[in-house]
Write a protein that binds this ligand. Structure first.
Ligand SMILES: [Mn+2]
Length: 424
């Protein structure tokens, strides 16, 4: 963890400027009828989970270039996640991936408690073969033609639930790579029926207070057809399984230029939006840092979420899901958690009464300008003040650098070579 004296010194150097900026923004928002402290309080409550695999350096299909001091196992990962939360105060939960993070429940619980974290959704993995596994997933898992392979994949998901119960998780996320690479390779209807049958077995074993999230993805590793390829299929799954089944939206898992905020609106309307894997993309499932490419799209997603919050009880699960190839994963994840909160804060600034009026009057220009007025507002003082008041860092990246955290863990953790992209 970062020494408290480092955080205090870093914040002391920035606090006067932050207070001046916060007061100026507060006066500006007051003229728009917005209470800055109320916005800050809601932003401070928004937590986004960190995926355990995110703190390792990612890669592409071509290569992986390891970074310094990469986590060697789940306990190193929890250390890094603890630092991210310590400085941002925005990432209180970690999402584990089985079998990558398999360890005794008591040890996991103890470590998480020591670094101030708890556990988010469990993630199963039937998109690759694991050492000692009896049957291969080369031609699919939950939708495989062989019932024995399907049974093995179901059993793995049940094991994930069992591990999750031991560490206080209350959700299982399923993403599979099943599909086809050639037209005619599979009977697409029968394959989906097999998938539904397998997931129904998993759903049947779900504890009463758990949720099941299914994640759609358009392509990769199957490049012709994917069993759970889009939100329509995902919605069919959630509706077929039952009331505790929800759709998970990974922002990178759509065709370029897809209107993701509209998908979000539709899933909310169906009562089946479970949550998000946040990242950003330019071309495909790029897994770039959240808000790095199209922050306006992220804002529009949160505009739908805030509108839904206003209509009633609604609590989607937020998580980052990124692959960090050229940056320090800790720095990227801290920055990205800030981007999620930024989009939320901006969406909270939308004048909803004015927007409804312009929509009703078909005033397209002013409706769009109402959204832009919120999006253009620099809410950084709100984010920084929320962090500081919660004991975090005004500037998390500068603070983790000043603390020398990466150099310290690099001395303790031998370099990891080669394989394992860590991309989901
Ligand atoms: Mn994902």
């Amino acid at each position: 963890m970062i020494d408290a004296s480092v955080i205090a010194a870093e914040n002391a150097a920035r606090e006067a400027a932050l207070r001046a900026d916060y007061d100026a923004l507060g006066a500006h928002l007051d003229r728009r009828g917005i209470d800055i402290d109320a916005v800050k309080a809601r932003v401070a409550e928004l937590g986004v989970a960190i995926p355990s695999w995110g703190v390792g350096t990612g890669g592409t299909r071509f290569a992986r270039f390891p970074g310094l001091g990469e986590p060697r196992h789940v306990f190193d990962k929890l250390d890094d996640c603890g630092v991210i939360h310590q400085l941002t105060r925005a990432t209180p939960r970690v999402s584990l991936h089985i079998p990558w993070d398999t360890a005794p429940a008591a040890d996991l619980r103890g470590k998480a408690e020591a670094v101030g974290l708890s556990f988010d959704a469990m993630n199963s993995n039937t998109f690759q073969d694991h050492p000692g596994q009896a049957l291969s997933y080369k031609f699919g898992s939950l939708s495989h033609t062989d019932p024995a392979v399907r049974a093995q994949a179901v059993e793995h998901n049940l094991e994930c639930i069992e591990i999750g119960r031991g560490i206080g998780s209350t959700a299982l996320t399923i993403w599979i790579g099943d599909g086809a690479n050639f037209p005619g390779q599979t009977d697409m209807t029968a394959q989906f029926e097999r998938y539904l049958d397998s997931t129904a077995r998993i759903y049947g074993a779900l504890p009463e207070d758990w949720r099941l999230y299914t994640e759609h993805k358009m392509y990769e590793p199957a490049f012709y057809s994917t069993v759970v390829q889009d939100w329509g299929t995902n919605l069919m799954i959630a509706q077929a399984l039952g009331e505790r089944a929800y759709c998970l939206v990974d922002l990178g898992h759509h065709a370029p230029n897809a209107n993701i905020e509209m998908i979000v609106a539709r899933l909310i309307q169906a009562g089946k939006l479970g949550g998000f894997h946040f990242n950003d993309s330019k071309y495909g499932d790029d897994d770039l840092d959240t808000g790095a490419i199209d922050p306006f799209r992220l804002f529009l997603v949160f505009d739908e979420l805030v509108a839904a919050e206003g209509r009633g009880d609604f609590s989607p699960a937020h998580m980052l899901d990124q692959s960090h190839n050229v940056t320090d994963p800790i720095e990227s994840l801290m920055t990205s958690a800030g981007e999620v909160r930024r989009a939320y804060a901006q969406a909270l600034l939308v004048d909803r009464a004015a927007l409804e009026g312009f929509q009703g009057a078909n005033d397209a220009l002013m409706a769009a300008q109402t959204l832009k007025a919120a999006f253009r507002t620099d809410v950084e003082p709100i984010l920084a003040m929320a962090r500081m008041e919660a004991g975090g860092a005004i500037d998390p990246v500068a603070t983790v650098r000043a603390a020398g955290y990466r150099a310290r863990v690099a001395a303790e953790r031998p370099a990891v070579s080669g394989a394992g992209g860590g991309i989901v």
